[in-house]
Each structure stands twice: as C-alpha cells, then as structure tokens.
Design a protein around this ligand. Structure first.
Ligand SMILES: Cc1cc2nc3c(=O)[nH]c(=O)nc-3n(C[C@H](O)[C@H](O)[C@H](O)COP(=O)(O)OP(=O)(O)OC[C@H]3O[C@@H](n4cnc5c(N)ncnc54)[C@H](O)[C@@H]3O)c2cc1C
Length: 377
C-alpha cells in the first residue's frame, strides 16, 4: 500500500461514526459548525500523527513533501472538516522551529501536534493592517512577565484559542519596525477580552481582542526583544505552504458544484458562462502547478505573495460565478433569521479572500518591489 492509499484508508476508516457528520463542515463561513466534535476529530488526527507532518523528525514530523501533499489532498477529497489547528500547525510551529529556542519548541509544539492547544494570530489593529509596522499594542517588562495592553482586530478563531502570538511594541523609542517583539500570550486570563465580530455570512470567524495588562512570562518572546518584525514577516512566508494543495482540492469540489448548478439552470448552454467555467478550470490547474513548482524550497515572501494573489482572485471569481450561473433567484433568502445557501456563503465569504493574509494591493507592492529591486542591482 503506498502512502496515498494508506492515508485514504485511514480517512475512510475514521471519518465515520460520529465523525461522519463532519464531512464538508467547518470551512470558510462555516467555522461555527460542530466545534466540539471537530476538536475531538483534531485530537484523533493528532494521535494518529497527521498533525505536524512536515516538522523536523525531532519534533515528530519528518514526512517528505510527497506524503504531505498526499495528506492534504486526500483530506480535502474525503471532505475532512475545516481545521481548527491550522494557525498553530502551519503558522506558529514553523516560526518556532525557525526562530524559537529549543525550550520553546519543546513546550509549544507537542500540544499543537496533539490538538490540545489552539492558536490565533494577533497582528492587525484598527490602525495597523497593511501598515503592520504601525502596531501600537504595547508590552512592558514587569519583573518576570511582559504586560500587554492594546487592541487587536480581525483575530480569526480568538474565541477558541488557548494562545495568541502577538506583535507588540516593546520599545516605544525605537523606529517603527525596530521596536517590535513577537510574544506568545495565554488567552485564558483576566487581562484579555474577546468580542466576536459578525461577518457578512452572519457568522463570527474573527474577533476584536482587548489586552489590559495581560501577562506572559518573559521567556515567551520569539527571537530577541526588538526582533519581532523579522519573526512576524517570517510567519507570513509560512502562511501558504503545502496546505494550499488541500485548499485546491476543496476549490475543485466547489467548481464541480458550480458546473452542476450551471447544468441544472441551463447556464452551461450559454457561451459566456461556459467560457468563464473553462477559464476557472484552467485557472485551477495554474494554481496547482504554481504550488507544486514552489514547494520543497525555502519559503519565499515573493512566492507566497504570488500564490496569495493567484488563489484569492481565482476563488473570489468563483464565488461570483457560483451566483451568476444560478440566475437572479440565487440572491434571495428567506425572511430573517435566514440560512444562507452554499453559493451565497461562498460568494459572501470570498469577498474577504483578497483582504486577509495581506490585501491584493499589498501583495502586488511586495512582488513589484522585489522585481524592481532585482532590476536595480
Ligand atoms: C476573514 C479575515 C480574517 C483575518 N484574520 C486575521 C487574523 O487572524 N489575524 C490578524 O492579525 N489579522 C487578520 N485579518 C486582518 C487582515 O490581515 C487585514 O484586514 C489586512 O491586512 C488589511 O488591513 P486593514 O483591514 O487594516 O485594511 P487597510 O490596511 O486599512 O487597507 C484598506 C485598503 O487600502 C489598501 N492599501 C493600504 N495600504 C496600501 C498601500 N501601501 N498601497 C496600496 N494599497 C494600500 C489596502 O489594500 C486595502 O484595499 C483578517 C482579515 C479578514 C478579512
């Protein structure tokens, strides 16, 4: 049995019983679904060794790229639910491995791999999104702890997270980027308040997070104090790794649904719609080839930006297409309180794709700056 068959067999044997109800749930705009059951599911994944596959061997990983690709693809193909451990597994863990101390790796990686501790990302603030170096949340040394005060916003899954990696200003006298530090802050404490933000989809995937003297141990800084910009941008380069291939299998399923809807409504017979569907299919192949081309090498900020631009635009157009092929009736909902259809949810949530993880404009700035910088040398 090759590795892909082994993964497929494990999923077939385990995404059953109580977990069968999870198939297809928990994705974008559906994060509120079956949370308790999804936590148990994540723990089962962890116990079977499927979390942290790509980490170094000494941290329980060591799987080659082909195995990681196979896992993410087969997981999506089996309809595996949206992953609650994504931020810890794919953002924080590689950051700790690259920039953290051995003690930090020993403390924080095992509970991520067992799905016992979930993480959120505390970067954006009301006046610091694209302009991330404008972060004003402050952390002040107070004996054995850092005391954090300020506000973060758009913090995905903060309401479920046990820990937050927070970009905070530890030296108010230093110039923008120089005065920042990357702190690991426990969420369950009196100095932290999490307020959900209701999104277009009617659900609350993200939150405002208020810090009022929240404490974390002095050792919980990744890299040196003042080195937070380098560490924080390192995390961003990890943001779109091998997991993207699983995301693309999910995209393929969404495209299949659009094609089925177009067939049912007769839109497939319309040459304009048919051409847009073909374009979507071609675009998806491009996404896959771009991802495969950039995998395996060291994470590069520019590759991550190109990848983000490609998939965000593709997926947003798919959301529009999902509505268009269904005709004007697709925009209707029942009287409040209403449930959105899958197409409506896809359309509304994909409006955010070109914003989160860095907006399109910012990705283009990074790509252009890199290319122009090269040419100047
Ligand atoms: C669904 C979702 C989940 C998110 N999850 C998280 C999370 O977990 N943690 C977290 O920290 N953040 C999160 N974010 C926040 C996200 O990173 C920011 O929304 C994003 O970086 C943009 O920042 P902003 O919203 O402050 O917009 P602004 O920075 O105010 O930008 C507004 C507009 O101006 C444009 N613009 C700004 N500066 C420039 C420039 N220099 N050149 C050209 N155009 C420019 C932008 O592209 C945008 O179109 C999330 C956002 C969304 C939508």
């Amino acid at each position: 049995m090759d590795v892909r068959e082994r993964i497929r067999a494990w999923l077939a044997a385990n995404l059953t019983g109580e977990f069968a109800a999870l198939a297809g749930t928990g994705g974008p705009g559906r994060e509120h679904e079956n949370v308790e059951l999804r936590i148990r599911w994540e723990r089962l994944l962890g116990a079977a060794g499927w979390i942290g596959l790509g980490w170094p061997v000494e941290h329980g990983g060591g799987a080659d790229v082909a195995t990681q690709v196979a896992f993410f693809e087969e997981y999506a193909r089996a309809g595996g639910p949206g992953r609650l451990s994504h931020i810890g597994e794919n953002l924080l863990a590689p950051t700790l491995i690259a920039y953290g101390t051995p003690e930090q790796c020993r403390r924080f990686l095992p509970p991520i791999a067992r799905a016992e501790e979930f993480w959120c990302q505390g970067y954006s603030e009301p006046d610091a999104g694209s302009d991330l170096a404008g972060v004003r949340t402050a952390a002040i040394r107070d004996g054995d702890v850092w005391r954090v005060s300020g506000q973060k916003v758009w913090t995905s899954l903060a309401h479920l997270a046990d820990w937050c990696f927070v970009l905070a200003r530890t030296d108010p006298s230093a110039r923008r980027r120089e005065g920042l530090s990357y702190l690991l802050v426990p969420m369950d404490q009196p100095g932290i308040e999490v307020r959900p933000i209701v999104q277009l989809t009617g659900t609350s995937e993200f939150n405002e997070v208020f810090f009022d003297g929240a404490a974390t141990a002095v050792d919980n800084v990744v890299g040196a104090p003042g080195d937070g910009w380098r560490v924080a941008t390192g995390t961003l380069a990890f943001e779109r790794g091998i997991a993207t291939l699983g995301q693309q299998v999910g995209f393929a399923r969404e495209l299949d649904e659009v094609v089925a809807a177009a067939r049912a409504s007769g839109a497939l017979d319309d040459p304009v719609h048919a051409e847009r569907i073909v374009d979507a299919w071609v675009g998806l192949q491009m996404l896959r080839h771009h991802a495969l081309r950039t995998l395996g090498g060291p994470p590069s900020g520019v590759d991550a930006s190109v990848s983000k631009l490609l998939w965000a635009n593709w997926h947003q157009r798919l959301g529009e297409l999902a509505m268009e092929v269904r005709g004007p009736a697709a925009t209707l909902v029942d009287a409040a309180p209403y449930e959105l259809s899958d197409a409506q949810r896809l359309f509304l949530f994909t409006r955010a794709d070109t914003i989160y993880g860095g907006s399109n404009e910012i990705q283009r700035n990074i790509v252009a700056g890199h290319l122009l910088g090269r040419r100047a040398r």
